[in-house]
Design a protein around this ligand. Sequence first.
Ligand SMILES: Nc1ccn([C@@H]2O[C@H](COP(=O)(O)OP(=O)(O)OP(=O)(O)O)[C@@H](O)[C@H]2O)c(=O)n1
Ligand SMILES: C[C@](O)(CO)[C@H](O)COP(=O)(O)O
Length: 414
Amino acid sequence: MVDGTEISILVVAGGRGSRAGEGLPKQYRRLAGKTVLARTLEAMGASAPGARLKVVIHPDDRALYAQSVAELSDAARAAVSEPALGGATRQESVRNGLEAVARESAPQIVLIHDAARPFADPALIARAVAAARAHGAAVPGVPLNDTVKEIDAAGFVVATPDRARLRAVQTPQSFRFPLILAAHRAAAAAERDYTDDAMIAEAAGHAVHVFPGDLANFKLTTPEDFARAMDQIKAPSVAPGSGNLTDVRTANVLTDVRTGQGYDVHAFAEGDQVWLGGVSIPHSHSLAGHSDADVLMHAITDAVLGAIAEGDIGAHFPPSDPQWKGAASTIFLEHACKLVRARGGMIAHIDATVVCEAPKVGPHRDAIRASLAEIMGVDIGRVAVKATTSEKLGFTGRREGIAALAIATVRLPE
Ligand SMILES: Nc1ccn([C@@H]2O[C@H](COP(=O)(O)OP(=O)(O)OP(=O)(O)O)[C@@H](O)[C@H]2O)c(=O)n1
Ligand SMILES: C[C@](O)(CO)[C@H](O)COP(=O)(O)O
């Protein structure tokens, strides 16, 4: 979840949904009792409390829109402002929406999202906001599984771009508000047509960053997509105690479940604190070794890397490289999680055990879980941290150092 203050979320719902077939425009069709638009607004609103939601609608759809708004929770309904009216193309609809936002407020960041993508999850939205703050213009992208050909008018291949460098981009696309408003105005003045907002930022000369998207965040375009959406909604939750839509739909798509294990040891040295899972714990000694010697974070990083068969922490961040001396170990875990997301996957669960006589881990357990959950971009309920002594046996029993063990469960697309 992100702090939505100073953020506007523009949801474009002004299309006709001609490729989706059936009577109603697709954003007003029902999925398990709720309209697609209501699902999209709930998902966006819940992920960024405090953000304003502006919907762009077709002038003929006022009554349908009002019905969808009536389905919203009180919190989501309170965040929704007067709708703007769309244009003949998505680009025009977005521009109308941006102009309406500009008349009402001056947000720092705007997320532009298709109403037809009801499965954006909080982690994706947090990545979108962070990327816009860092880069000014950013879009979620997922790797391609098919080889892509560029063809000529006669249907012959003219080029085969390197697939590893290609991404299929989604929404929410995120921008500093003045940047994308100016870029849209320039595109309209130049009478140029573009299929997404990133292209409009690119045409205005801005560098657009691509951050990891989410395969589950697909756009409802064809009748088959509605069947897939129903599968995602109906699928039983596999995440104990979660039961929310995000877990349900993600679990259904990511059916290749992998497990990795990690183990690490660091010896005590002079000092007055140890780092465990990104939390500093006062102690009579510190830990020595690679980076900040966060033994727990290292074990978890190795477990995540193990689950995707990507070697170990030393292979990615060699201890011989002076740049990692004293570095925060968060970098390593973030990197491992990024590799999982780059494959379209997610961290389903972490179970870790710290072995030491001291310091006592129990009082810091929840802070450590919260820290790890934030670094990995997962719910805290997916992170278990336990601790044990070794009954005064062995090196941990002699208080010579700390050991940590971890198991990571990762879900990947088939
Ligand atoms: N004039 C338009 C066209 C599209 N959109 C919105 O842009 C999003 C992505 O567009 P797309 O999936 O192409 O929707 P439609 O244009 O409705 O679909 P189709 O092309 O099949 O008619 C949708 O949420 C759609 O409602 C819009 O606000 N105004
Ligand atoms: C914006 C978009 O969803 C990014 O993938 C896509 O370009 C919209 O295309 P459409 O033809 O308007 O559906």
